[in-house]
Design a binder for this molecule. Sequence first.
Ligand code: UD1
Length: 430
Amino acid sequence: MDSISVTGGNQLNGVIPISGAKNAALPLMIASLLTAEELILRNVPDLADVRQLKKILNNHGVKIEEVAGGGKSDPLAGATLSFNTPKITDTCAPYDLVSTMRASFWVIGPLLAREHEARVSLPGGCAIGSRPVDYFIHGLEALGAHIEIDEGYVVAKAPKGGLIGAMIRLPTPSVGATHTILMAATLAKGTTTILNAAMEPEITNVAECLVAMGAKITGIGTRTLIIDGVASLHGASIDVVPDRIEAGTFAMAVAMTGGDVLLKGAQRQHLQAALDILQANGVKITEEADGIRVQASGDRLRAVDVEIDTFPGFPTDLQAQYMTLMTRADGIAKIKETIFENRFMHVAELARFGAKIDSEGQVATVTGIEKLKGAQVMATDLRASVSLVIAGLVAEGETNVSRIYHLDRGFERLEEKLGACGANIQRITK
Ligand code: UD1
């Protein structure tokens, strides 16, 4: 199994190109199931989750090809992929394909909308909480679907003639439930209103793609999405938005080590809450024409409390990285996780670096110390694993992060990007 070895102490300087967002690429790929025509996605990152979803879509009959050159001048830009699904050949998403990635469950929306039936294994993904699918089930039932759980599968059937528009209020603004109900509603008869919808930039990216495919959606970028169903969707081409979580992660890495890095392609409005906190910590953030510039001295930063929230709040996917940053801050920071009930698994691993963190329920109290010491640590989930790499960048001596298959699910060429800015980091392949 691969691991990452980091020797701490180097500052980061240079330019880091931000990849297309995993959390947008996955639902955009899934949206290709909604049309018999060609969907073209540009700036698709090369990630383990994207490769896995390609296999899942292939199983449903989607033909996926890389468009040669893809019109890209930058060799580091993501791929341009073409998706063609003249016919859905299988409406079942089997356990062995979907068990590693929660987002693969979202195929249930388009399958049900286009084929009026779906059999999808209950999802897997990072073990950061129980992550149930009740909102999806209630939402699809409101659209008229009949749903049963059978041997670990959700079996859904639309009424004769297809799904029917409805008013759906999500108990909390779930990203996955919003994507799924939104996609399902594009082909339903009549109007669907999703109240308390998630409004993450990746939802907006998908909604704009659906509009380009002929869907009728208003309220994009707000908590209320209104969808007027249409009979069919057509082909389109769209760019995957830059990955705000990758950008925020690198911003925190620079804040930690000190240095001066341009996060090329990063969009300030997608990351405002985290950038505000970094500024309060003492990091200089400047918006430039081609991205966000992050400058830090490498001295200890001010400790600032953070409460995680849905977009536009401080993202849960940056919580672990921020906790790492606070381990060396001057003072005490309280970090409150509000989205997932079990997302502090990195606390025990950060303690191996000497970090002082007490966690109780959903609140972690981090008492900053002068120095971290390199350690042998283990990645526990996708975002937590990168927080350990960030700790290694400043820790004295060598750090080895094992089980980095978690990291490969969501970070493209991490060690290459950090290495190019001066980090002493290598992947060890066994
Ligand atoms: C998505 C992101 C993930 C991010 C999360 C929160 C992708 C591929 N993944 O995950 O990176 O951390 O949003 O921003 O985009 N919930 C229920 N019942 C449901 C659905 C959700 O109780 O039916 C709960 C979950 O257990 C969780 C909360 O709602 O506590 C938020 O989950 P959700 O927004 O759905 O996250 P994901 O879509 O899984």
